[in-house]
Design a binder for this molecule. Structure first.
Ligand SMILES: [Zn+2]
Length: 117
C-alpha cells in the first residue's frame, strides 16, 4: 500500500509530499550520485506535490540532460529530481535520505549501475 511521506531540504525552503511504496532504495554509482551519497526512489510525477520552494531550487543537468537535479539554493541539499522515463512519463526521483520518519538503514539497497550508461 502506498504511503504518504513528507520531505524536503535541510533549511526548510523546499518541502514536498510524495506517495509511494517504500520497500527499497536505489544507490547509483554515476558521477553525481556517488558524490552525493543519495539513496533514491522513483515515483510518478502525479504522486508528488511540491508544497513550497519552486523558486528556491537551482536546476543542474549533466550527461544527456534528461534529469533535472534540483537543489536548494540556500542549503544545497538535493531532496528530489525531475525527469522523463523512456516511455515519456514524467517522473520524480526522491532522495529518501530527505524523507521524515523513515528508518533508511532498515531498507534494502538496490545498486544501480549508472556509471556505464
Ligand atoms: Zn534548503
Amino acid at each position: 500500500m502506498p504511503k504518504t511521506y513528507s520531505g524536503g531540504c535541510q533549511c526548510g525552503n523546499v518541502r514536498y509530499e510524495v506517495q509511494f511504496d517504500l520497500n527499497e532504495v536505489n544507490a547509483c554509482n554515476c558521477s553525481r550520485c556517488r558524490r552525493l551519497g543519495s539513496l533514491f526512489v522513483f515515483a510518478p510525477a502525479e504522486s508528488f506535490t511540491l508544497l513550497k520552494g519552486e523558486d528556491a531550487l537551482t536546476d543542474y543537468t549533466f550527461n544527456k540532460h534528461a534529469i533535472h537535479h534540483l537543489f536548494c539554493a540556500t542549503c544545497g541539499i538535493q531532496s528530489f529530481a525531475r525527469g522523463t522515463a523512456p516511455d515519456g512519463k514524467k517522473m520524480v526521483a526522491i532522495n529518501a535520505r530527505c524523507l521524515e520518519d523513515v528508518d533508511i538503514d532498515a531498507l534494502p539497497v538496490h545498486k544501480v549501475d549508472g556509471r556505464s550508461h
